[in-house]
Write a protein that binds this ligand. Structure first.
Ligand code: PT1
Length: 283
């Protein structure tokens, strides 16, 4: 699978790492880390991105809306004001594919005009204007499954039949909508949305059956890094979730994941290298 991100070719023969850059005051792991006295510190944000690129990140995912369970919605202009300066600065200074983590048409349009080369939408282009904005932007799009909305998605996640079947059917329907609107299949990526309206049981089942989501032949992105499932399964605080995050990363790449969206780039690159050595035919 060879994908084009605004002139940069990425071959998904080996798994890639996407470093998380949260420009929100309220993210679940590092919320506010890049803020000082209530304002985003642009230098801190760029330094953080540069560190992740140095550690081997192929993508930097810039997000201005927290989508962790319980997060409040954010106003679109506020979201634009948070992310745009960061996108501009990264595209000027770093050699990396910038991903814009947004569901808002205005943010997609302005971020891509400023250098973002991937739209990562946890709402799979279902918001008004998002599909049209993505078509016009002409960059690849990651379609993610979510049940409900961040504010209450973990209240009572429920799947009638099998979570894997429902997630696949949803992604199929969004792929069809995108292709019908004019986004070529070769510009789409998919993501089951771990932790988005799913119980621990649902998340584990999706991870066990991850290979079923590779059948479209589209790059499969997963975000498991430091999520609350680990906290519940192992009784670990967010800061003590790295070992389990790496175990989940290895499980995901062994089952066909192509992009790992993570907070800990260097450690995840090591996991991928070890997995690569183990899957080589020689020896
Ligand atoms: C993800 C993802 C994302 N996750 C994509 N984009 C988040 N494509 C933001 C918890 O249970 O998996 N894929 N953008 C972060 N969202 C969450 C969800 C954070 C759940 C934390 C939890 O702790």
């Amino acid at each position: 699978m060879l994908y084009q991100f605004s002139g940069r070719s990425i071959d998904f023969d080996q798994p890639k790492v996407m470093g998380v850059l949260n420009v929100t005051p309220d993210s679940f792991y590092d919320g506010g880390a890049l803020y000082s006295s209530g304002r985003l510190n642009l230098d801190l944000a760029i330094d953080r991105a540069a560190v992740m690129v140095g550690e081997g990140a192929d993508f930097i995912d810039v997000g201005g809306e927290s989508t962790r369970p319980g997060a409040d919605p954010v106003d679109s202009q506020e979201e634009v004001d948070r992310v745009l300066p960061v996108v501009v600065a990264i595209s000027k200074r770093l050699d990396v594919v910038i991903s814009i983590d947004t569901s808002t048409a205005q943010v997609m349009t302005e971020a891509v005009a400023s250098g973002a080369a991937l739209i990562n939408d946890v709402r799979a282009l279902q918001r008004p204007g998002a599909l049209q904005a993505a078509v016009a932007a002409g960059v690849p799009v990651c379609l993610m499954h979510m049940q409900g909305a961040p504010i209450d998605m973990q209240c009572a996640p429920l799947y009638d039949e099998d979570v894997v079947v429902e997630v696949s059917a949803f992604l199929q329907q969004r792929i069809d909508a995108c292709v019908a609107a004019g986004i070529p299949a070769g510009r789409l990526l998919v993501d089951p949305g771990f932790g988005f309206g799913k119980t621990d049981h649902h998340n584990i089942r999706l991870l066990k059956k991850l290979e079923e989501l590779t059948l479209w032949g589209m790059p499969l992105l997963v975000g498991l890094s430091r999520k609350s499932m680990i906290g519940r399964l192992l009784e670990r605080d967010t800061y003590d979730r790295l070992p389990a995050s790496l175990a989940l990363a290895l499980a995901a790449v062994s089952r066909g994941a192509n992009i790992l969206r993570v907070h800990d780039v260097a450690a995840t690159v090591d996991v991928i290298k070890i997995n690569q050595l183990l899957s080589e035919s020689e020896g």
